[in-house]
Design a protein around this ligand. Structure first.
Ligand code: FAD
Length: 470
């Protein structure tokens, strides 16, 4: 039974400028970025402070009202879209967007959860530091959402996932209590690391309101090469060589197939054909350092020269200017958008033990072609971290509802194979609504029991983001 006094109480506690209830005000907050999920909500709350978040959650828990935290809504698993319950409250963090401090001695940045990632990267840049978290959605996603999903991106090979970049978290628990974990200490071995529970929790344990992030030296010297490879095995050998010879300067090691290049050239503007012929696959490598771009170029050219000699790649183009560097990156960055423009498709963001990627790709393709000979796989991703976006587009001429008809079975096929190779069914996008059934089917029962125990402890009323993750 819905508590009819709830909304008036919420408005009284937070004010009508924080709580929107008119259907046309609420409507824009009901769907996910991909348009796969659309739910309902009785209100959208846009707090300006941690105290307002705390008041909101305390009232929601008292009335058993479900809360759906919302960042930039760029999540790819439907985590920020409410379910069908009309009782939902969407809690958007967009107004909590202040940078609280930048410290260039401790090398930390403390930001509120609603800060757009790209703005934080630019603020760090202005302070002559680097915030290495970087993804194609960085001018829309929020740092709170990045923590909640433990986002990855293109620099993980050097700096790690979001959880490795976070020193402290401030959050509001479902009962309205504030978790004051915003310490910026490098060393703090006083028991369980509770902030790590909130990182990657996808809004199911509480609302992250601020984070203390690690900063690094700015890497203004950059050098990029696009190397053509015959196979994932060649990409793996090239990775081993580059890692051994370039060490910590290896900033990104991305992989994509020739089919992805076709797709980008078809749908994206201002992208150029990289070589005079099409190759089976490509790796995009970036080296970065604080200074001395000339030395970096020399190093990259030497290592790539050795790779060509040892037949670890087929062809290579090293960036000679910033505009060339950007246009090489564009080939990789435009793949997601190009696939979106190409029509409905199935996304699989998986990770594997890196040395298993070549064998996985061979056996996966054979399994899929046995089911659907003309299926179109578009495979790309952060190869250096063992992360592949193993996406499937419908065969030419198939009905537009192809994904609805075949999606479940094909996804199960991909994820089962990933599990067989000891991989993860979600490398960096999370579980949300999209992968919940497969997650519950494939996750180790003990790990699931431990997760449910944590959920029960922190959110006994089950108000936080129901239907997501667990
Ligand atoms: C073009 C494109 C490229 C992308 N590339 C990458 C990539 O390379 N790597 C990668 O990891 N992801 C990538 N993503 C996915 C997405 O950008 C990330 O998952 C991002 O971290 C989501 O942040 P957000 O602010 O948009 O969160 P939302 O989509 O708003 O929310 C995501 C989840 O976090 C919860 N949440 C949001 N804010 C909070 C908060 N303050 N407290 C508690 N819970 C919260 C939500 O309830 C939801 O469950 C990409 C997305 C797009 C559209």
């Amino acid at each position: 039974m819905q508590d009819l006094a709830f909304l008036p109480r919420l408005i009284e506690a937070l004010g009508p400028d924080v709580v929107a209830t008119e259907p046309d005000q609420v409507a824009p907050w009901l769907a996910d970025w991909r348009g796969l999920y659309r739910g309902n909500a009785q209100a959208v709350v846009r707090p300006r402070s941690v105290d307002e978040v705390a008041r909101c959650l305390a009232l929601c828990q008292q009335a058993a009202v479900p809360v759906v935290p919302r960042g930039g809504n760029t999540g790819l698993c439907g985590g920020a879209a409410p379910d069908s319950s009309p009782a939902n409250v969407v809690l958007s963090m967009d107004r909590m967007n202040a940078i609280r401090s930048i410290d260039t001695i401790a090398n930390t940045l403390i930001a509120e959860a609603g800060c757009i990632l790209g703005n934080l990267r630019r603020a760090a840049q202005e302070a002559h530091r680097l915030l290495p978290l970087s993804l194609a959605a960085e001018d829309s996603c929020q740092i709170g959402g990045n923590l909640a999903t433990n986002a990855g991106g293109v620099n993980v090979v050097r700096y790690g996932m979001t959880r490795e970049l976070v020193l402290g978290v401030e959050a509001v628990l479902p009962n309205g209590e504030i978790f004051h974990g915003l310490r910026a200490l490098r060393k703090d071995n006083t028991g369980y690391d509770l902030k790590q529970l909130l990182i990657g929790s996808e809004g199911t344990l509480g609302v992250i309101t601020a984070a203390a992030l690690r900063l690094f030296p700015r890497t203004d010297a950059r050098s990029v090469v696009l190397a053509a490879v015959a196979s994932p095995l060649q990409a793996l050998e090239l990775f081993e060589l580059l890692f051994a010879q370039c060490g910590a300067r290896l900033q990104a090691f991305e992989f994509f197939t020739g089919d992805c290049v076709d797709l980008v050239l078809k749908h994206a503007e201002g992208v150029q054909e990289p070589f005079s012929q099409r190759y089976p696959a490509y790796v995009l490598v970036e080296l970065a350092d604080t200074t001395d771009e000339a030395a970096l170029n020399v190093l990259l050219e030497r290592v790539i020269g050795e790779a060509l000699e040892r037949e670890l790649c087929l062809d290579a183009a090293v960036s000679a200017s910033l505009s060339q560097l950007q246009s090489l990156w564009k080939l990789r960055e435009e793949i997601s958008e190009a696939q979106r423009a190409d029509g409905p498709h199935l996304k699989h963001d998986v990770s594997l033990p890196i040395e298993q990627i070549p064998a996985f790709m061979v056996s996966m393709e054979a399994r899929l072609k046995a089911i659907s000979p003309s299926i179109r796989p578009f495979i790309f991703g952060h190869f250096g971290d063992g992360n592949l976006h193993y996406n499937l587009s419908r065969p030419a001429g198939a009905q537009r509802d192809w994904t609805a008809q075949h999606g479940k079975a094909l996804t199960a096929e991909v994820l089962d194979e990933v599990a067989r190779y000891g991989g993860s069914i979600s490398a960096e996008h999370g579980i949300g609504q999209l992968k919940r059934d497969d997650f519950l089917r494939l996750k180790d029962p003990l790990e699931l029991r431990m997760m449910r125990g944590i959920k029960q402890l922190l959110d006994p009323a089950g108000i936080m983001n129901p239907g997501k993750l667990l």
